[in-house]
Design a protein around this ligand. Structure first.
Ligand code: AOF
Ligand code: ZN
Length: 364
C-alpha cells in the first residue's frame, strides 16, 4: 500500500468535492473530479459534468496548460482507456507530460477496468491507487452497483412518526414530515436515475414524483417507474403530468388500454407479484444507477423482504399517529429475535422539524 502525504489527501479531497458538483447532472455516468498539482500548488481542476461531455481530466488539463508537464494528476476514478464520447483520458494525460497519477479507485466499466492504469504505466508514469477509495466508492455507489452487480443501488425513502407509523388507517399520509424534509426528499430525487412507486400509491396519494421543491438549478429528471401489474392506473393521476418520462411495468398478460402512449414493459410474475429482481435487472439495462422507492408499506416491505434494499432514507417526524395507523413495512414476518433484520446507521441529521436517518442493512 502506498503511503500518501497530507498534500495528496488534500488534493484528492478537493477532487472528490469537484466530482460531487455533478451529482444531479452526470447520470448515468459516474461523478469524476480531477485536480492537477505541481507540489502543493493546484494548476488545474475539472469535473465530468454530463454524459456526452468532456471527462474530468480533459477540463483539468485544459486549465493547467503547459503546467501539466511533470505534475501530479489526482483523479477520483481510473482514467479511461477507451474512446467513448471523448478520446481516452489516459492518452491525454500522457500527451500532457504528467509525471504521476493518483486515482482513488479503479474503474470497473468493462472497457476500462485496469486498461487505463496499464496505458499510463506503459508510458512511464508513476501510478498509485486507493487514496480515499471508500469516499470515492460511496460517491458513485449507484454507478458501481450497476456496473459491478448488474442492478441499481436501491434507496427506500420513508417518512414515519416516532411510533413507526406512515399513514392513517384511511391511507392519508400527507403532512407527516415538514417542508424542509420535503425539499430534502426532492434533492434526493434529483440525484436518482428513477423514482419507483406502486399502483396502490398512485391511487391513494396521487403523487407526481417529479423534482419541484428545492430543486438544484440543473438536473437530469429521474424516470418515474410505476409497478402496475394490471395497468390499472395508466389513465389516471398527476403522474401523467410534469416534465419527466414515466415507465409502467406490468404483468406479461396485462391488457393494454386503447391509445396507450406511455412507455411500458412486461416483467415476469413471481409468487403472484411482479418479480422485483427482474424489475431491477430491467432498470439496470436502462442505465439507471440509483433507484429511489417512494411507495407504501407493502412495496417497501416486499423490497426489504427480498433483500434488495441498499439504503433506507428515513425521516422521523415528532408526532404520534397511534396504533390504528399503518406501519412502516407490511408483509415482513419476523417471529423471533434471532431473525431480526439488523441495520447500521450511516448518518443522522436534523432537517427542519424532523430527523433524517440514513441506514444500510448489514452486509451492504
Ligand atoms: C474518465 N474520466 O471524467 C469519467 C470517466 O460516455 P463516455 O464516453 O463519457 O464514457 C463513460 C465511461 O467513462 C463511464 O462509464 C466510465 O467508465 C468512464 N468515466 N472516465 O476517465 C471521467 N467520467
Ligand atoms: Zn476519460
Amino acid at each position: 500500500m502506498t503511503d500518501f502525504s497530507s498534500t495528496d489527501h488534500a488534493m484528492m479531497a478537493q477532487a472528490l468535492r469537484l466530482a460531487e458538483r455533478a451529482a444531479y447532472t452526470t447520470k448515468p455516468n459516474p461523478m469524476v473530479g480531477c485536480v492537477i498539482a505541481q507540489g502543493q500548488e493546484v494548476v488545474g481542476e475539472g469535473w465530468h459534468q454530463r454524459k456526452g461531455g468532456p471527462h474530468a481530466e480533459v477540463f483539468a488539463l485544459q486549465a493547467a496548460g503547459e503546467r501539466a508537464r511533470g505534475a501530479t494528476a489526482y483523479v477520483t476514478l481510473e482514467p479511461c482507456a477507451h474512446t467513448g464520447s471523448t478520446g481516452p483520458c489516459a492518452d491525454a494525460l500522457i500527451a500532457a507530460g504528467v509525471a504521476r497519477v493518483i486515482a482513488a479507485m479503479g474503474d470497473p466499466f468493462p472497457q476500462v477496468d485496469g486498461a487505463g492504469f496499464e496505458k499510463l504505466r506503459a508510458a512511464g508514469i508513476a501510478v498509485h491507487q486507493g487514496l480515499m477509495e471508500a469516499q470515492a466508492r460511496k460517491l458513485n455507489r449507484g454507478f458501481l452497483s450497476r456496473v459491478e452487480r448488474g442492478r441499481p443501488w436501491l434507496r427506500v425513502k420513508l417518512a414515519t412518526s416516532i411510533d413507526g407509523r406512515t399513514a392513517m388507517a384511511n391511507g392519508d399520509s400527507k403532512w407527516i414530515s415538514g417542508d424542509a424534509a420535503r425539499e430534502d426528499v426532492h434533492r434526493w430525487r434529483a440525484r436518482s436515475g428513477a423514482i419507483l412507486t406502486g399502483s396502490g400509491t398512485v391511487l391513494a396519494d396521487d403523487p407526481q414524483l417529479t423534482v419541484r421543491f428545492g430543486a438544484p438549478t440543473e438536473f437530469v429528471p429521474p424516470l418515474r417507474v410505476v409497478l402496475d401489474p394490471g395497468l390499472a392506473t395508466v389513465a389516471r393521476g398527476r403522474i401523467r403530468q410534469g416534465d419527466a418520462p414515466t415507465l409502467y411495468l406490468h404483468a406479461p398478460d396485462a391488457k393494454k388500454p386503447r391509445e396507450f402512449a406511455a412507455q411500458h414493459a412486461p416483467v415476469p410474475i413471481r409468487d403472484g407479484r411482479l418479480d422485483l429482481h427482474a424489475v431491477l435487472d430491467l432498470l439496470a439495462e436502462r442505465q439507471i444507477n440509483e433507484v429511489q422507492v417512494e411507495a407504501g408499506a407493502t412495496l417497501a416491505g416486499a423490497f426489504i423482504a427480498a433483500g434488495l434494499v441498499d439504503e433506507l432514507l428515513l425521516y422521523v417526524a415528532p408526532v404520534l399517529l397511534g396504533e390504528r395507523a399503518r406501519p412502516l413495512f407490511e408483509g415482513l414476518m419476523i417471529d423471533d429475535m434471532a431473525h431480526r433484520l439488523k441495520m447500521r446507521i450511516v448518518e443522522t441529521r436534523r432537517i427542519g422539524e424532523d430527523v433524517r436517518v440514513l441506514l444500510q442493512p448489514d452486509g451492504v
